[in-house]
Write a protein that binds this ligand. Structure first.
Ligand SMILES: C[S@@+](CC[C@H](N)C(=O)[O-])C[C@H]1O[C@@H](n2cnc3c(N)ncnc32)[C@H](O)[C@@H]1O
Length: 265
């Protein structure tokens, strides 16, 4: 069980859609427009289908394979997308991927996934893509930066604790966490891909107050597990932050990076 629930994914979807780098999406669309028909896209760690909903209008007529190992999320993706002939759903643990699913795929997409992955997983996965000349669009990888327009003396400590926790095993071995994008870029270049990257931060203002609140509350467990910050001190910080989520001009910035790696054909 991944621990990501459909309500959290629903809450973050508009922020993710607004954060994706437009320039990389343009290159993504151009790349696929030059590929022969039929174009096939495989979205890994699809959750409830957020990436499909953001990208499918850009590539009309493409066939999609949506993969996740969480049945509840795949069911929700299927419920939201409906019975569309061009979309297949596959229950797959990416650690034991059925590689025949990569047959005929032009590009693999993923959002908010690679920061959970280990260096070893990425190395093996990119090797499979390079061998088949399949591209990779890996969006919304957390990059370790978190800032607030209204500062608090404890911000730096909380971010440091959280970033340390992001490197714990999330099901793929020790996670790359904030290093995911740099690792993927270097790896893809070394494997012969042409790579572009761009920042895609969340900028959460009063219109995203609920996402901010849930995100802040989600920091509690990792910070507690790291153990550098007393629970009472964290609670004071959280109360301060909660108070500011609804205040005009108070913005929470969470850094992400998008990567697009395309093979030379
Ligand atoms: C942060 S969520 C992102 C979901 C979706 N891409 C989105 O942007 O809303 C990470 C997703 O990766 C999936 N996941 C994590 N580990 C996985 C694994 N080993 N195999 C397949 N899916 C996995 C989770 O179930 C979850 O749906």
């Amino acid at each position: 069980m991944s621990g990501f629930d459909k309500d959290w994914l629903k809450l973050r979807e508009p922020a993710d859609r607004g954060a994706r780098s437009v320039s990389l999406l343009d290159t993504f669309t151009q790349y696929l427009s030059l590929r022969p028909q039929p174009r096939t896209i495989m979205d890994i760690g699809c959750g409830t289908g957020s990436t499909y909903r953001s990208l499918s209008p850009l590539v009309p007529g493409a066939t999609w394979k949506l993969l996740d190992y969480e049945v509840a999320l795949l069911d929700e993706a299927q419920r939201q997308i409906g019975a569309v002939e061009s979309v297949e759903f596959h229950r797959q643990d990416l650690n034991h991927l059925d590689e025949t699913l990569l047959d005929g795929v032009d590009i693999v997409t993923a959002s908010a996934l690679f920061d959970l992955c280990s260096a070893e997983f990425c190395d093996l996965f990119v090797e499979k893509l390079a061998a088949r000349k399949i591209g990779l669009y890996a969006a919304l990888n957390y990059d370790g930066k978190m800032e607030w327009t209204v500062p608090h003396p404890l911000d730096g400590q909380i971010v440091e604790d959280f970033n340390q926790h992001q490197r714990f095993d999330k099901g793929f071995g020790p996670a790359l966490g904030p290093d995911a994008s740099d690792h993927l870029s270097t790896l893809c270049r070394a494997s012969g891909f042409s790579v572009k990257s761009a920042e895609s931060p969340w900028r959460l203002g009063t219109d995203m107050a609920q996402l901010q609140t849930d995100f802040l509350e989600g920091l509690q467990r990792p910070v507690h597990e790291i153990g550098n910050t007393d629970d009472d001190v964290f609670k004071e910080w959280l109360d301060f932050r909660r108070l500011h989520t609804g205040v005009e001009g108070s913005v929470c910035i969470v850094g992400h990076t998008d990567i697009l790696a395309v093979p030379h054909h």
